[in-house]
Design a binder for this molecule. Structure first.
Ligand SMILES: [Zn+2]
Length: 269
């Protein structure tokens, strides 16, 4: 089983072109106990702790910035991989496509993100979307800058995955690694907590396989963020069953509800 997990991770790492990544399995184990526990609501949390999530702007509820990955057209120009970095990366790649559904990743990412926005707003959060249309021109660094400028409390980047092996399926999250030079140790630690909770709660709600957490230190949108940041790879569009699940509104709703539970758990922790 462990061999299979590593094979899956190796495939995922290969596809994503990330070097030096490692799954945080220990964290996953530590978080497992959260499932089944009654999760306090944000309101209960505020009442019990006196922490209303107040920010300098005077707004009381946490502000969640959601970034639906990609857009209709990729951007070929390059931008620095992080603040002060001499490494230049493509501003925005094109993403993947559903092997059966034929849907583009940018469409599915936006559909899931809009459902997540609605679910979070229903629970009292403030939500900022980096885009609500597929026809935008926003690089990864510009998306992070939007979250920074708004003073978002967390930055959730929603994506779908792809593998050359159509049997690969499940959920994984990218977060900054422990030695990420652009983010503070506190933000790195909070990002890992957030990533673990999002993974845990999405998979608990959907029944999808839990692959693990990976370091995404070469990802521009992570490196430019100034708050806890996670990329949720919500499933594989290269797997026929998971592609149909991701493309279907019922599947998307379950994913959104699970991720909202993860956000609740994060702000309650
Ligand atoms: Zn993507």
């Amino acid at each position: 089983m462990r061999g299979v997990l590593y094979a899956l991770l190796a495939a995922a790492v290969f596809m994503c072109g990330v070097r030096g990544v490692r799954a945080s399995e220990a964290k996953e184990g530590a978080l497992r106990g959260v499932i089944g526990a009654a999760l306090p609501s944000v309101g209960q949390y505020a009442e019990e702790t006196g922490n209303t999530g107040a920010r300098p702007s005077g707004k009381k509820m946490p502000l969640v910035c959601i970034d639906p990955g990609h857009q209709r057209h990729s951007m070929q120009d390059t931008e620095p991989n992080g603040p002060g970095s001499s490494v230049m990366k493509q501003k925005l790649t094109s993403g993947t496509d559903g092997v059966v559904s034929g849907k583009a990743e940018y469409e599915v990412n936006l559909e899931i993100s809009l459902l997540l926005k609605a679910e979070l707003e229903k629970r009292g959060y403030e939500v900022l979307m980096t885009r609500e249309s597929d026809d935008v021109t926003l690089s990864n660094a510009e998306r992070a800058a939007m979250a920074n400028k708004a003073g978002a409390d967390v930055f959730l980047r929603i994506h779908c995955n792809s593998s050359a092996d159509s049997s690969v399926h499940g959920v994984l999250c990218y977060k900054p690694g422990k030695a990420n030079p652009y983010l503070s140790q506190e933000v790195i630690r909070q990002s890992e907590t957030l990533a673990g909770l999002l993974l845990l709660h999405q998979t608990a709600m959907t029944g999808q396989a839990k692959i693990g957490l990976l370091d995404g230190d070469d990802m521009t949108g992570i490196n430019w963020a100034e708050m806890p940041v996670v990329i949720v790879e919500t499933g594989y569009m290269s797997n026929p069953d998971e592609d149909l699940f991701l493309a279907d509104r019922k599947g998307q709703s379950l994913i959104a509800e699970g991720l909202a539970n993860g956000v609740d758990a994060y702000f309650a922790s």
